[in-house]
Write a protein that binds this ligand. Structure first.
Ligand code: G
Ligand code: G
Ligand code: MN
Ligand code: NA
Length: 254
């Protein structure tokens, strides 16, 4: 409850920030965009991880408000880069399952895009497998509405959920994000290499892009490239960084 009240205040008291982590297209060796990651610096409690406070927000009814804050700020940042002429960059934004089930979700996103005068292809939404299993019929409608609007959709932490793979043929997705737990020991673990290879092959035959998360070394990057992975994200290419550093990152990338 203490954390819940602190979070409520954090939204109004400017304690939240977004960090932006760059994503690299392996084939073209170019920056494709950033994932927006929420950061909370509390004046007394210090840095609190989203892994800790997102669940609190989800269970307390705060997630919708917090999610709107993220959508608004990520889209406004994307607008600044777009207006500087970086019109091909994509901003990936995490959605909680709570937001994914919210009937007003697409209206909120559409309004934010219109305010920023941004085309829909400038953003990508990330959801976890668990968001899609609960009410599959409704989830299919939501996914179709998102895709019909021209927004791409990535499955986050792919391979770690409890869902069956059947949703992959029923949902019109764009991308699988290979979870970092499979990437971490890719060089030493034959099992992890087999799983990553299988995910990439399956994605290719389904017409989906793949992005590997948690790529920390050049060796990881080149192996992933050999395996046919499309994109990477991780400390090797760039850490999550404040907006000004991300702007500098863009300028030196192009
Ligand atoms: O960036 P970091 O590794 O600390 O993030 C920890 C977890 O919090 C990750 O699972 C990430 O997906 C999640 N997360 C970070 N930012 C957001 C956000 O804006 N919305 C949601 N729903 N989850 C987020
Ligand atoms: O669950 P999601 O993929 O949204 O969260 C990604 C999280 O992984 C972010 O919180 C980010 O800080 C973290 N992260 C990003 N790159 C790396 C990396 O190379 N290594 C590790 N250990 N964590 C990373
Ligand atoms: Mn994510
Ligand atoms: Na992930």
């Amino acid at each position: 409850l203490q954390l819940e009240n602190a979070l409520r205040l954090a939204i109004t008291n400017n304690q939240l920030q977004l960090a932006y982590q760059p994503q690299l297209c392996l084939e073209k060796n170019t920056l494709t965009g950033f994932e927006a990651l929420l950061r909370w610096q509390h004046p007394e409690l210090g840095f609190i991880s989203p892994a800790e406070f997102i669940p609190v927000a989800e269970h307390s009814g705060l997630m919708i408000k917090l999610g709107e804050w993220v959508l608004q700020h990520a889209i406004q940042q994307q607008k600044r880069w777009y207006q500087h002429g970086y019109t091909e960059l994509v901003m990936a934004i995490n959605l909680s399952p709570v937001q994914f089930r919210q009937p007003e979700l697409l209206d909120i996103i559409s309004t934010q895009l219109e305010l920023a005068k941004l085309p829909a292809h400038c953003i990508e939404l990330e959801i976890t497998e668990s968001a899609m299993v609960e009410d599959a019929e409704q989830a299919i409608k939501t996914v179709d509405a998102i895709r019909h609007k021209g927004i791409s959709l990535a499955i986050d932490d792919f391979g770690t959920g409890y869902s069956s793979l059947s949703y992959l043929k029923r949902f019109h997705l764009s991308k699988l994000k290979i979870d970092q737990s499979f990437v971490r020991e890719l060089l030493d673990s034959p099992e992890d290499r087999a799983i990553v290879t299988a995910i990439i092959r399956m994605a290719q035959s389904l017409g989906l892009r793949t992005i590997a998360e948690g790529v920390e070394t050049a060796e990881h990057q080149s192996l992933l490239q050999q395996l046919g992975c499309d994109d990477i994200q991780g400390y090797h290419y760039g850490r999550p960084m404040p907006a000004e550093a991300a702007t500098a990152f863009i300028q030196q990338a192009f």
